[in-house]
Structure formats: C-alpha cells, structure tokens
Design a protein around this ligand. Structure first.
Ligand code: AHM
Ligand code: MG
Length: 348
C-alpha cells in the first residue's frame, strides 16, 4: 500500500531543492540561483518549441508584428538566461558563450555566486527541430583571485571587468553545481550539487520539472561512440587508430555503433544513460578542438564524474585544467570510464 502511495507522490525540482537545503547539501542562496536557472530553461524550452511558428510570423533578420527586429534564438536565449540570473539577487558575475567578457550584476541585485553558461548549445539544429540544450556551472567567488587584482589600478583593464575575468577563470574542481537542460522530445533538466546526478522532466501539464531519475550512474563501458568523423583526415594518427579499432575491434567482437547528433547536450545525455564515449578532438585546423572549457566541458565533466564516468582532454582530467581565458577551447573525451581510459591509452 505504501509503495503505491509513493508511486503517486511526484517530487518537483523546487521541493527536491528544499530537501537538499534541509539536509545541508546546499545553502538556501544556491537554491534560489538554481530555481532561477530552471525558470530560464522553461522559457527557452517554450521558445524552442515555437521556433518554426515564430519564424512564420517574422523570420530572422525580419521585423515582427510589433515592429521589433526578430532576434536569433541563441541571442534571445542569452537574454532570458541573463535576465533570470540578474534578477535573482544572488548572482555576482555571469559569463556566457554569447558575451565577449563576463559581466558583473548591477550592485542593487548583487550576490555571491558566479554562473557560467551556454544558453543554447547546438543551435544549428534548431531549424530541423533536432535536440538542443542549455549548459551551466555555478562557482562561489574565488577570494584568492580577488586579492590578485589591485582594484585601485586603473592603468590595466577596467577594474570591474578584470575582477570578473579573474573570478570566472576557475578550474572545474571548484564547481558547486552544474547541469544542463535538454530540449528534445521531452525537456529534461539534469543537475548535480556534487552528490550524485539527478534528472527532472518538464511536465507540460503543470509546467513543473518532476524528479524522474535519482543517482544516475553511467555504465562502466558502452559500445557507442559519438565523434564528428567528417574531420577524420584532420586527426592525429593515434586517434585515427583508436577510431579504426572501434570499427574493427577483433575477430569475435562486434564493432561499436556510431551515434552523432552534433548537439553536445543530446549526445552527452545519451552517453550518460547508455554508456560509450563522446569526443571532440583537436585537429589540424582547430588545435584545441571546438568546445569551450568553462561552460561546456567543465560542467559536463563534473556531471559525468558524479555519475561515475570520466571527462578528459586526452591526457588530463578536464576538472583539473586551470582556465586562462573565458572562451578557451579544449579537446573533450567524455563518457564511460573504461571507454575514456581506452582512448587515453591510444593517445599516450
Ligand atoms: P555551439 O556552441 O556553437 O552551438 O557549438 C557547439 C556544438 C556542440 O553542441 C556540438 O557537439 C558541436 O558543436 C558540433 O560541432 P560539429 O558540427 O563540428 O560536429
Ligand atoms: Mg556551445
């Protein structure tokens, strides 16, 4: 009887966060930051779902019925994310893929947390209604960094801007929380507070994220690989050998299956649930790969490690890398522990 009753008990993201707060996993202030992010994700989900229809009313580069310029969805998503974070009163600095430099939140609303995010990753998929996602990471301000900056020194960069850059450039090891929201056949919000990985599905009937998976563990190994093989000829020979091995693993072994959406959130989410490996390597043209350390690779690596997997640049743990600039790129290999370790052996 009790079991059946529990089956009907839906837990929302809000009530789950409050429980984490009660259990001492997070501070109440962080709950507010995460709630505002989930609010931004709900708004972006609705924008993404209506993308085709909005285009009919006024295409990009065109003027809509109110006479406003129609903006690209990634620009609008950035505004939605920034506005939610600026108005929560708990965020101090925000850094986005869409902004050249991190920005300080206006003093009246100033808080302590630093939020890094990619508001709409994989947006080239939008026109075909293929999965996209938002990615975020949350840090507390780094006091060591603050003391490095002479706030009286106006001869270098603008003070505020410099303070922001120094504060944001933290290794993934310092992350307090990270997550993503996938806009796909379902809208799924995946979150870690450094104690396991939890997933919430947006219930379109109630407009609430409902807890659907607790303590997600990535399979130790998995026979799916997700790389953009169109770049094969530009890759290092050792990487080519690794990929060739996946296709021809030996006489009695089945080859791996290729799966590639070209949308990090979607490719990562599948890898998290089914196991395998996702990779965006460096190549002859892009010496550091394509993906950004701060708001793509580090949050995803924090999540994968919390699920028992690995995130690597081929040599070292992504979370150990100290960023030197905001939009720094790094090669990324992420997924099941055994698969990432196998790749590291090939590259070493
Ligand atoms: P974006 O931040 O400009 O959207 O680019 C990131 C995306 C990832 O979602 C995806 O994994 C990758 O770029 C795909 O790149 P490619 O088309 O080179 O395979
Ligand atoms: Mg991106």
């Amino acid at each position: 009887k009790t079991k059946k009753q529990n089956g009907y008990k839906l837990q929302t993201l809000t009530s789950w966060l409050l429980k984490q707060e009660q259990d001492g996993v997070i501070e109440s202030e962080l709950t507010i930051v995460i709630s505002s992010i989930s609010m931004a994700c709900k708004q972006i989900a609705s924008l993404v779902q209506r993308a085709g229809i909005s285009k009919l009313i006024g295409g990009q580069g065109a003027v809509n019925v109110q006479g406003e310029d129609q903006k690209k969805l990634d620009v609008v998503s950035n505004e939605v994310f920034s506005n939610c974070l600026r108005s929560n009163g708990r965020t101090g600095i925000i850094a986005s893929e869409e902004e050249d430099v991190p920005v300080a939140v206006e003093e009246s609303y100033y808080g302590n947390y630093i939020v890094v995010f990619d508001p709409l990753d994989g947006s080239s998929n939008i026109d075909a209604a293929v999965s996209t996602g938002s990615i975020f990471g949350i840090y507390s301000p780094n006091d060591d960094c603050l003391s490095l900056v002479d706030l009286e020194d106006t001869t270098t960069l603008d003070n505020v801007e410099q303070r922001c850059i120094v504060n944001v450039c933290q290794p993934g090891n310092n992350l307090l929380a990270a997550g993503y929201c996938m806009y796909s056949s379902s809208v799924i919000f995946v979150l870690t507070l450094g104690k396991g990985v939890f997933s919430f599905t947006l219930d379109p009937m109630f407009g609430e994220f409902i807890l659907t998976q607790e303590n997600i563990q990535i399979p130790k190994a998995g026979k799916m690989y997700a790389f953009n093989e169109g770049n094969y000829q530009l890759w290092d020979d050792r990487l080519k050998e690794y990929i060739d091995h996946l296709k021809e693993p030996g006489p009695n072994c089945k080859p791996y299956s290729a799966r590639y959406i070209g949308s990090l959130v979607g490719d990562f989410h599948r890898t998290l649930l089914y196991g395998g490996i996702y990779g965006y390597p460096r190549d002859k043209k892009s010496r550091n790969g394509k993906l950004r350390l701060l708001y793509e690779c580090a949050p995803m690596s924090f999540i994968v490690e919390q699920a028992g997997g690995k995130g690597s640049d081929g040599q070292q743990r992504i979370l150990d890398i100290q960023p030197v600039e905001i939009h720094q790129r790094v090669p990324l290999y992420i997924g099941s522990t055994e698969e990432v370790e196998k790749l590291e052996k090939y590259l070493s």
